[in-house]
Design a protein around this ligand. Structure first.
Ligand SMILES: Cc1cc2nc3c(=O)[nH]c(=O)nc-3n(C[C@H](O)[C@H](O)[C@H](O)COP(=O)(O)OP(=O)(O)OC[C@H]3O[C@@H](n4cnc5c(N)ncnc54)[C@H](O)[C@@H]3O)c2cc1C
Ligand code: FES
Length: 291
């Protein structure tokens, strides 16, 4: 079990809050504390409005230690995120940050295979750029049914061991760093794989030889059905992995057990807190059929 990071209560001042699609935004916050410790997989618990008793959890998309900023990529789904959508530069609130257990870095020489669904892109985008700096071979797949929130480009990065898409598109945030990324959608879209992102992952893994498979580790974040499917893919190819889980949260600091998920514990399992025992867990430890 991981040792969760020490969190800080801090002010959070909006530097910008850019609308990316009809319902998705990129928020940059200036924070007094807790930026330096933020690692991919950590999240913030953000106070959205005085009328809401509980803060709302969001993965950290990026951090800039020199500037003291954290980025969040969020989707408007209810009251709290609706308030956030109205924030303008200069608006100040408070948050607890960073929270939880981050992704454990695979060894240099291994292949990090990142599989994101929708807004689950946030922690994996941060992780992809972190891994690149650490010299870990990284591939990113993103299943996307909404309009693309981030700029896409004709891919300049070859996908190993084979290319399943004709004239593939990539995400500029990854492609510009030399990280191969590919997109999938259930709709037929030029440059996308048509199908579930886990089907795209399967198509690629099927072409890997045993040495490539042996070096590959999955990192997943997205809607629960997608993560369950990705866990099956990992088991089918006998590869290890980590998943960042999403659960409804209350306190955000391990005090209320309002966020639990079923996690293996020896031959049995028990409910663990997603906020401080996670949100990142080993794929093999999550009891997927009880989530
Ligand atoms: C560790 C973690 C990281 C997250 N990272 C991001 C992120 O990077 N970007 C992002 O947009 N969202 C993220 N979420 C989900 C985000 O916290 C919820 O969308 C947000 O709390 C909704 O608040 P609301 O007041 O707008 O909606 P509410 O009015 O509270 O709820 C609206 C709808 O969203 C559902 N919902 C609320 N909270 C959650 C939750 N925690 N998990 C799943 N469904 C929920 C409700 O069931 C309801 O259907 C994350 C959640 C967790 C636990
Ligand atoms: S939200 Fe209270 S223990 Fe996790």
């Amino acid at each position: 079990m991981c040792q969760p990071v020490t969190s800080h209560q801090t002010t959070a001042t909006v530097l910008f809050n850019k609308q990316l699609t009809k319902t998705q935004y990129l928020l940059r916050l200036q924070a007094d504390n807790g930026v330096e410790e933020a690692k991919p997989g950590h999240f913030v618990h953000l106070n959205c409005h005085p009328s809401l008793t509980l803060p709302r959890p969001f993965s950290i998309l990026d951090s800039d230690i020199e500037q003291g900023t954290l980025d969040i990529f969020y989707q408007v789904v209810g009251e709290g995120t609706q308030y956030m959508a109205g924030w303008e530069a200069g608006f100040a609130t408070t948050m607890l940050t960073p929270i939880g257990c981050h992704f454990k870095q695979p060894e240099v020489g291994s292949h990090a295979f990142l599989i994101a669904g929708g807004i689950g892109y946030a922690p994996l985008d941060f992780f992809a750029r972190y891994l690149k700096k650490q010299g870990v071979d990284t591939t990113m797949l993103l299943g996307l049914e909404s309009d693309p929130p981030f700029e896409l480009t004709s891919s300049t990065t070859p996908l190993l061991p084979f290319e399943p898409i004709t004239n593939p598109l990539s995400i500029v945030r990854q492609d510009s760093l030399g990280i191969p990324s590919r997109l999938s959608s259930l709709q037929a879209k030029p440059g996308f794989f048509q199908g579930y992102v886990t089907e795209l992952a399967t198509a690629i893994l099927q072409k890997m030889d045993s040495e490539q498979l042996g070096k590959t580790e999955l990192f997943i974040c997205g809607p629960t059905p997608m993560m369950k499917a990705a866990a099956k893919v990992a088991s089918q190819f006998n590869i290890t992995g980590q998943a960042s889980l999403e659960e409804h949260m209350a306190c955000g600091f391990g005090g209320c057990a309002g966020c639990v998920a079923p996690i293996k514990d020896g031959d049995s399992w028990s409910y663990r807190r997603v906020c401080t025992d996670g949100p990142v867990f080993d794929l093999k430890d999550v009891v997927w059929d009880k989530i």
